[in-house]
Design a protein around this ligand. Structure first.
Ligand code: SAH
Ligand code: DHB
Ligand code: MG
Length: 220
């Protein structure tokens, strides 16, 4: 299917978010292995990069690395000496992410932490790894509220928090959904509606990744 949304996504991408050789290598390396097709699109990667630049991010935290496609977009926004810490549960994904980061020459600016995010996040707090200037939440969906609470805790006023996949083809409208991913993001979206710690909205997205959305928030 090549909808008007996909055509426009391709149009924007060709003007403003074309993959260069290192991002192409990462995308092909991910596509050729049996790992999920869950990387952000090129335009979404560029969107993350714009936000990281807008807040002058020097320390970025990412939950859910996969093959480090989004990580590369984020790391390219960093000034010299800046860092992305990215958390990934699956050792095979960590391996592929390592290959892709090495190819892009960014490995010195990215620290991949292998483990479950809810185990690693308290370690980061103990290490005083924060405060992070930007947090991108993109791991498993059921604990999205807990991830968001950690992002606030490891942030500071002004920290940008983005959470991916919170609309899920509009399935969030289905109050009777039994899908644990849908339920996880519904819980986050509803929790955010009464959260006083952030100023937040949700941007719907259409195009290469179908109809979805990202929470975009700033810590008060
Ligand atoms: N941010 C990536 C895509 C991430 S896909 C990009 O856009 O390029 C989601 C990733 O989260 C998968 O690699 C999955 O293995 C990982 N994941 C799932 N559960 C996790 C957990 N509990 N802790 C850390 N990572 C997890
Ligand atoms: C899924 C996860 C993602 O982070 C994504 O961008 C797309 C799909 C998933 O688990 O289905
Ligand atoms: Mg995602």
């Amino acid at each position: 299917m090549n909808t008007i949304f996909e055509q426009v996504d391709t149009y924007i991408e060709s003007l403003l978010a074309a993959d260069d050789k290192d991002l192409k290598f990462a995308r092909n390396n991910i596509a050729s292995r049996s790992i999920p097709d869950a990387s952000v699109s090129a335009n979404q990667g560029k969107f993350l990069q714009v936000l990281a630049k807008a807040c002058n991010a020097k320390k970025i935290l990412e939950l859910g690395t996969l093959g480090a496609y989004s990580t590369i977009w984020l790391a390219r926004a960093l000034p010299p000496g800046g860092k992305v810490i990215t958390i990934e549960f699956d050792p095979f994904h960590v391996k592929i992410a390592g290959e892709n980061l090495a190819k892009s020459g960014l490995q010195h600016q990215v620290d991949i932490r292998q483990g479950a995010a809810l185990d690693i996040l308290p370690e980061l707090e103990k290490e005083r790894a924060g405060p992070f200037d930007m947090v991108f939440i993109d791991a498993d969906k059921p604990p999205y509220v807990e991830y968001f609470q950690w992002a606030i805790r490891l942030g500071r006023p002004g920290t940008i928090i983005v959470a991916d996949n919170v609309i899920r083809n509009g399935k969030v409208l289905d109050k009777n959904s039994n899908d644990e991913k849908v339920n996880g993001v519904q819980r986050l979206n509803e929790w955010l509606s009464s959260c006083k710690d952030v100023t937040a909205t949700i941007i719907q997205t259409v195009g290469a990744k179908e109809h979805d959305g990202m929470v975009v928030a700033v810590v008060n």
